[in-house]
Design a protein around this ligand. Structure first.
Ligand code: ZN
Length: 252
């Protein structure tokens, strides 16, 4: 059992949200009870995750994608009303950290995605230094872009879209979890042989072919499943709270 305020301080100290220009508010997005004992972590504050947190008797949710984003019209109707009503009725605190959770050097989405894939980051690239550039942790290379794609599909257990099947060995690998299509050009400029992210939009397929850099899209959700549980488990251990990660499947 700890105080909500103490939990907020622990998350903020670890993730330093003040360092980022973000698309929504980081930290406590919806206030619940003041004394807390259990965190449920997940990728997105969807209704399914909120219902699962209620069933798990959590009083804290810790997510990457919260409820509030720049550009929303601000009305509490439809799906937004339903999600908020559930949180408020059950007095659950919703904590959300977006870019700060992507960026944390050991527990963040990019760091933990690298761990899953056996990659190690040597430097950063792109806007706000969110992209990671490195290679295999064992110092080896992938024989081809297809070999890297097969490895990704095996680790994540899902199909991967690969554009530009570079026949060359893949040594320098850039990655940025989620919807980081716009980081591709910076990855090319940084000298990457391949770029991995969650999603692909139409222009990147052409850029991949024209620049000779492999583009791998492995799913927004699939690439961002690892940061939230790593951070929540760390902070739960620090404050003596219970923690459970709940994955709500998402094909996107
Ligand atoms: Zn995301």
């Amino acid at each position: 059992m700890t105080e909500r305020a103490e939990l907020l301080t622990a998350f903020d100290t670890l993730l330093q949200p003040e360092r980022f220009r973000d698309y929504g508010p980081n930290g406590l997005q919806v206030e619940g009870r003041a004394k807390v004992h259990k965190i449920v972590s997940g990728v997105t504050a969807s209704r399914a995750l909120i219902e699962a947190a209620i069933a798990a008797k959590a009083d804290v949710m810790f997510v990457h994608h919260g409820l509030f984003w720049r550009g929303q019209d601000g009305r509490v109707t439809g799906w937004m009303k339903q999600r908020l009503a559930l949180l408020l009725a059950h007095d659950i605190n919703l904590f959300a950290y977006h870019l700060p959770l992507d960026a944390h050097s050991e527990l963040g989405n990019n760091a933990q995605f690298g761990v899953q894939l056996g990659l190690v980051g040597q430097s950063r690239f792109g806007e706000q230094d969110l992209g990671w550039l490195g290679g295999r942790a064992d110092g080896g290379t992938f024989d081809s872009a297809q070999a890297l794609s097969d490895h990704l599909a095996f680790v994540l257990n899902r199909p991967v879209a690969l554009v530009y099947k570079s026949p060359k060995a893949i040594k320098k690998i850039a990655w940025c979890t989620g919807g980081a299509q716009s980081y591709f050009e910076s990855a090319i400029a940084a000298g990457a042989d391949a770029f991995i992210t969650g999603e692909m939009s139409e222009p990147q397929a052409h850029l991949a072919r024209e620049c000779g850099v492999a583009y791998l899209a492995c799913g927004h959700h699939a690439s961002e499943r690892y940061g939230a549980p790593a951070v929540a488990a760390h902070v739960a251990a620090q404050l003596g709270l219970a923690h459970e990660f709940i994955d709500i499947d998402n094909p996107a």
